[in-house]
Design a protein around this ligand. Structure first.
Ligand code: TYM
Length: 332
C-alpha cells in the first residue's frame, strides 16, 4: 500500500529556515520515495485568517510554489495546488465545524499565541483554522502528514474530528492520519531569542533566515544571532540550559546531516565566532541555490500557474468524490 502524504504551507511571504528544516526538507524526501503519493497544498484560505494585501497574496501563492520546486519537489511526481481553488475544502470545513467541539478548539495553544491579549478582535477564521486544516487532510484520506512540531496539536484535533464523525454517523469513512514530526529539528527557534519559534510574523527580520535571503544577509544574521557568553558546549546535557546554543547547533546538524552529538563533539570548547563561520558556510551552501532558483522561477509565472492549474485538476478530482460521500453520509 502506498502512503498518502498531505501537507500544507501558508502563502504569507517570508518562508524561512524553520519552514524548510521543519517541513519542506521532509516533503522533498517523501516526494523522492516511489512508495508515496504526495500532495502539497498552498493554503491560501488559511492565510486570510489574518489581513492580507490581495496583490501580495497572489505573489506569495506563486512564491510558495516556487519555493517547493526550488527546494526539490518534483511537480510531475507530486500534486501541488492552492486550497481556495478546490471548493470542497471550504465545504468540508463547515461540516467538520459542526462535528468539532468548542472545548477542543479552546485548548489550541497556537490560537492563544496568535490572537495574543486581544482575542476578542481575532477573526473567527483564526479560531476555527484547525478545522479547515482537518478538512484539508481528511478529504484526501491522507495516511501521513509531515509538519513541524507546532502543528502537533492541530493533527490531534484532526484525528478527534475524524473519529467523532465516524462514530456519530456510524461509518468508517474518514481515515485517521499519522503525524510525521521529526524527533530533532522539528522546532527551529528565533535567532534573537532561543525560547521563541522562528516565525514569519516576527517583526525583526534578524530573527530568521528567509529562503530568499542573499549571502551577505545570511552571514550578517548569523553574526548577530544571540548566543551566551560561554564557549561552545561540550555535552548534550549542557544544551538544555543553553537554548540559543542548542538552536544554532540544531540548525548546523540538520543542514549538514550530522547528529547533534557529533556537532557538539566537533565544536566543544571553541569560540562561538569560529562555529558561526562554519554555520554561515553551510547555510549559504544550502540556501543560496534555493534562493536563486526561487527568483528564477518567479520570472516564469506561466510555468508556475500551469503547475497550479494541473495540480488543482487532480486535487479537485479526489476531493469532489470525497465531499460527495460526506454529503450522502450527513444526509444532504
Ligand atoms: P505554516 O504555514 O505556519 O508552516 C508550514 C510548515 O512549517 C513548519 N514550521 C516550522 N517547523 C519548525 N520550526 C519552525 N520554527 C517552524 N515554523 C513553521 C510548520 O510546522 C508547518 O509544517 N496550519 C499549517 C498549514 C496547513 C497544513 C494543513 C499542514 C494547513 N492545512 C494540512 C498540514 C496538513 C500552517 O499554518 O503551517
Amino acid at each position: 500500500m502506498k502512503k498518502k502524504i498531505f501537507s500544507g504551507v501558508q502563502p504569507t511571504g517570508n518562508l524561512h529556515l524553520g519552514n524548510y528544516l521543519g517541513a519542506i526538507k521532509n516533503f522533498v524526501e517523501l516526494n523522492n520515495d516511489d512508495n508515496n503519493d504526495c500532495i502539497f497544498c498552498v493554503v491560501d484560505l488559511h492565510a486570510i485568517t489574518v489581513n492580507q494585501e490581495p496583490s501580495e497574496l497572489k505573489n506569495n501563492i506563486r512564491e510558495t510554489v516556487a519555493t517547493f520546486i526550488a527546494s526539490g519537489i518534483n511537480p510531475k511526481k507530486s500534486i501541488i495546488f492552492n486550497q481556495s481553488q478546490v471548493s470542497a475544502h471550504s465545504e468540508a470545513a463547515w461540516i467538520f465545524s459542526c462535528v468539532a467541539r468548542m472545548g477542543w478548539l479552546n485548548r489550541m495553544t497556537q490560537f492563544k499565541e496568535k490572537a495574543g491579549k486581544d482575542k476578542e478582535k481575532a477573526s473567527i477564521g483564526l479560531y476555527s483554522y484547525p478545522v479547515l486544516m482537518a478538512a484539508d487532510i481528511l478529504l484526501y484520506d491522507a495516511t501521513h502528514v509531515p509538519v513541524g512540531d507546532d502543528q502537533r496539536q492541530h493533527l490531534e484535533l484532526c484525528r478527534d474530528i475524524a473519529q467523532k464523525f465516524n462514530n456519530d454517523y456510524k461509518v468508517d469513512e474518514l481515515k485517521l492520519p499519522e503525524p510525521l514530526i521529526q524527533k530533532e529539528f522539528s522546532r527551529i527557534m528565533s535567532l534573537k531569542d532561543g525560547s521563541k519559534k522562528m516565525s514569519k510574523s516576527d517583526s525583526s527580520d534578524l530573527s530568521r533566515i528567509n529562503l530568499t535571503d542573499e549571502k551577505d544577509q545570511i552571514i550578517n544574521k548569523i553574526k548577530k544571532a544571540k548566543t551566551d557568553p560561554l564557549q561552545m558546549p561540550s555535552s548534550i546535557e549542557e544544551l538544555e540550559k543553553r537554548p540559543e546554543a542548542k538552536n544554532l547547533i540544531g540548525i548546523f546538524s540538520s543542514l549538514s546531516d550530522l547528529t547533534i552529538e557529533n556537532t557538539v563533539k566537533e565544536f566543544s570548547g571553541k569560540d562561538f565566532s569560529k562555529f558561526k563561520d562554519h554555520l554561515s558556510q553551510v547555510l549559504v551552501d544550502k540556501i543560496i541555490p534555493i534562493s536563486k532558483e526561487i527568483k528564477k522561477l518567479l520570472n516564469e509565472i506561466s510555468y508556475i500557474d500551469e503547475i497550479l492549474f494541473e495540480g488543482c485538476k487532480k486535487a479537485e478530482d479526489i476531493a469532489s468524490k470525497k465531499i460527495k460521500k460526506i454529503h450522502e453520509i450527513v444526509g444532504f
